[in-house]
Write a protein that binds this ligand. Structure first.
Ligand code: ZN
Length: 305
């Protein structure tokens, strides 16, 4: 049994950040390869107007493909009720809603205040309870560790927002280092406070490697009890609305860290590394990162069990 959940966000967070559009057939082949490697939660796209994110305009089709993969939780990002309606129609298993802890980032990203986003979340929850109560609803609190537009984000505000979101109907609330500003001490402090405030509704860690602290921050979160982690194959992606930010935590490196520590992830590393070929085939001109794939697995490496 996996001791941690690795949630692959490359097909959404990654693909929305690159200029090139991956063809639908390539997306489906990549997701199939990720699933074959043992990943059991994949964020496959987002339901936003195609004019804003043409790279993800085919998300409904990708969802229909991903739903055929056994045991896979198919996740899609939705910014509002209209997006949620389309996602539920397409048949996702789980919705994820981004809500910024920074008011400046919220306005830049979705042109809504934080308070308006809490209301949007309430509307999304009402909709899923009405038409698809089995579907999960999570929130990723973006810019929870700092914002490139406003600088520091007060921790009290992050926790107060998480409490409002929990009350507004989210099943889980995670914290995202959208801009790559987090450090391990801060990660420990904030996730500990999050659990203290909302208990089991405390959700995943979405951490970036912008300043090289991605894995250190994941480990810090693990040490204070976080068991769900977002990561992106090849480190693809970042946030297009956060100037200078790039670099999700590399799934391959994160899986290697946990497996080498004896913490089972359910992911087969050689097959995960092989899945990079499917990514490369769909995005031949994009740089693909990862230190474990570059170095190879150490002699005698064994998966955790
Ligand atoms: Zn990210």
């Amino acid at each position: 049994m996996p001791a941690v959940l690795i949630s692959e966000v490359g097909p959404r967070d990654g693909l929305q950040s690159v200029k090139a559009t991956m063809a639908t057939a390539h997306k489906c082949a990549w997701i199939t390869a990720l699933h074959a490697a043992g990943l059991r939660e994949i964020e496959v796209g987002s339901f936003v107007p195609a004019a804003l994110l043409p790279q993800l305009a085919d998300t409904a089709e990708v969802v229909r493909h991903a739903r055929l993969l056994p045991g896979l939780t198919v996740l899609a990002l939705v910014p509002n009720r209209r997006g949620a309606e389309a996602a539920l129609q397409a048949g996702v298993h789980k919705l994820t809603v981004p809500v910024s802890a920074s008011e400046a980032h919220s306005m830049a990203n979705v042109r809504r205040t934080r308070a308006q986003m809490v209301e949007a979340l309430r509307a999304i929850d009402a909709l899923r309870r009405e038409i698809a109560p089995q579907v999960g609803l999570e929130v990723g609190v973006s810019t929870a560790f700092g914002c490139t537009l406003q600088g520091a984000v007060p921790e009290d505000e992050v926790i107060a927002l998480a409490e409002q979101l929990a009350a507004a109907g989210a099943d889980e609330i995670g914290l995202s280092d959208t801009t790559g500003m987090a450090n391990p001490a801060q990660v420990k402090r904030l996730f500990t406070r999050l659990r203290g405030a909302i208990g089991d509704q405390a959700g995943a860690a979405h951490l970036h490697n912008t300043r090289g602290l991605g894995l250190a921050n994941c480990l810090a979160a693990y040490e204070v009890g976080v068991r769900a982690f977002d990561a992106s194959q090849g480190g693809l992606g970042g946030c297009p609305y956060a100037p200078g930010a790039s670099g999700n935590v590399v799934t391959e490196d994160l899986v290697f860290m946990f497996e080498a520590m004896g913490v089972p992830t359910g992911v087969d590393l050689p097959r995960l590394i092989a899945a990079r070929e499917a990514l490369r085939a769909g995005l031949p001109d994009e740089p693909i990162h990862g230190m474990t794939p570059e170095a190879g697995l150490p002699l005698g490496f064994q998966s955790a069990r």
